[in-house]
Design a protein around this ligand. Structure first.
Ligand SMILES: [Zn+2]
Ligand SMILES: [Zn+2]
Length: 342
C-alpha cells in the first residue's frame, strides 16, 4: 500500500510517500481503508520531533475516517463495509480515572493513533476496535474525521462545562483556528450568541461566515471592555479559551457573574495572576478541558450530522502531497483544516 512515512524528524520534506506492507489485524484489531485524514497542528509538532513519544518510523494522522475491511476474531460490533471515525487514543478502562468516567485523564492509554501506532496518512491502517466509532447513517466521511480532535474539546467545553443553552452568550478566543471555528458552529447550532476574538482583521469575514454573531479584532488581549459593551455591561456566560495566557485576562474581564471559563489551549506556558477575590465574589468557574471521550464522540458525530455542521476545510490534497499539506497548515493565512485523501 501507499503511505506517508516519517523516518526522521525535521521539516515537511521528511514525510516520504512510498510503498509499505499492508498491515494485518490482530484478534482485537480492525483493518480499515482510509477514506480521508485531517492534518492536525499536532502532526506538525510530532514531525518536528519536539514531542518524544513518537518512535520512528511512524505513519502520522489521527483525524481519520475509514471503511472497515476486516475485523479481528475477537472484535464484535464492526463488519466489513462499516464506515468509522477514529478516536485518538484508547483509555485503559481499568484505572481509577477510567472507572469514574474520566477517560481523558487515563495515564495508561494504549494505541495513540499517529503517535505510538500508525495512523491515517496511508491507504490502510490497523486500529484497535476501541479506537473506532461508527458514523451516523449518511454522514460524510470528510466531516466525521474531524469529530474527535477538532469538535471534541469545544463540544465538551460548551455543552458539559459551559452548560450553554439557547439565548446565552459565548466568547471564543483564537477563534479562526480549527477548534475556534468548531466552537462558533456548535454555539450557533445551540441557539447561543457567539463573540469571536481574533488578532487579524482579515479573519473577520470568514469568522462571520462561520456563524459568529460578533467579531472583535484585538491583538493585545484587552477585549474585555468591548465584550461588556456588547452584552449591556453584563458579560458572557462562557469563555472558550483557546489561546490561554495571552488572552486570559481579557477572558476573565468578559465573564458575567456565575460565568464559566473553559481553557482548552495554552500557547506559551506563561504563568498568570488571578485575583481570587473576584473569583469568589463572581462565583466564576474555571475549567481545564482536554478531550472528549470515545463515548462522547458518538454523541458529537450525531450532533454534527443532525445540526448540519460542516467543518471548514481550507484545502483537500492527495495523500502523496502530505508535505505540502504540512506547509499549508503552517501558513498563518490558512483558515480551517487541510484534508488528505488517499
Ligand atoms: Zn488533531
Ligand atoms: Zn485508564
Amino acid at each position: 500500500m501507499k503511505a506517508v512515512v516519517l523516518s526522521a524528524f525535521g521539516e515537511p520534506e521528511v514525510l516520504q510517500y512510498k510503498d509499505v506492507a499492508r498491515p494485518e489485524p490482530g484478534p482485537d484489531e480492525v483493518l480499515v481503508r482510509i477514506r480521508c485524514c485531517g492534518v492536525c497542528h499536532l502532526d506538525l509538532i510530532l514531525r518536528s520531533g519536539k514531542r518524544s513519544r513518537v518512535t520512528l518510523p511512524r505513519i502520522l494522522g489521527h483525524e481519520l475516517a475509514a471503511e472497515v475491511v476486516e475485523a479481528g476474531s475477537e472484535v464484535s460490533g464492526f463488519a466489513p463495509g462499516d464506515l468509522v471515525a477514529s478516536f485518538n487514543f484508547q483509555a485503559c478502562g481499568r484505572c481509577e480515572d477510567c472507572r469514574r468516567g474520566r477517560p481523558s485523564l487515563c495515564r495508561q492509554t494504549d494505541g495513540d493513533i499517529g503517535q505510538t501506532r500508525d495512523g491515517g496518512y496511508a491507504e490502510y491502517a490497523v486500529l484497535r476496535a476501541g479506537n473506532l466509532v461508527k458514523l451516523p447513517p449518511g454522514m460524510p466521511l470528510e466531516h466525521a474525521c474531524f469529530g474527535a480532535c477538532v469538535y471534541g474539546p469545544p463540544y465538551k467545553a460548551i455543552r458539559q462545562v459551559g452548560r450553554i443553552t439557547a439565548g446565552q452568550t459565548v466568547v471564543i478566543t483564537g477563534a479562526s483556528g480549527g477548534l475556534g471555528l468548531a466552537a462558533i458552529q456548535i454555539a450557533n447550532r445551540l441557539g447561543a450568541r457567539s463573540i469571536a476574538i481574533t488578532s487579524s482583521p482579515a479573519k473577520v469575514a470568514p469568522l462571520k461566515a462561520a456563524g459568529a454573531d460578533e467579531v472583535i479584532v484585538s491583538s493585545d488581549g484587552a477585549f474585555g471592555e468591548e465584550v461588556r459593551m456588547l452584552t449591556g455591561g453584563r458579560g458572557v456566560d462562557l469563555v472558550v479559551e483557546l489561546l490561554g495566557s495571552p488572552t486570559f485576562h481579557g477572558s476573565l474581564r468578559s465573564l458575567a457573574p456565575g460565568g464559566r471559563c473553559a481553557v482548552i489551549g495554552e500557547l506559551h506556558g506563561t504563568p498568570i495572576e488571578i485575583n481570587l477575590g473576584l473569583l469568589i465574589i463572581k462565583e466564576w468557574e474555571l475549567h481545564g478541558v482536554q478531550s472528549a471521550s470515545r463515548d462522547e464522540l458518538e454523541e458529537i458525530l450525531r450532533f454534527m450530522h443532525e445540526t448540519g455542521i460542516e467543518p471548514v476545510v481550507w484545502k483537500t490534497l492527495p495523500l502523496s502531497q502530505a508535505a505540502e499539506a504540512h506547509r499549508e497548515l503552517a501558513n498563518r493565512e490558512a483558515i480551517g483544516r487541510v484534508l488528505l485523501v488517499p
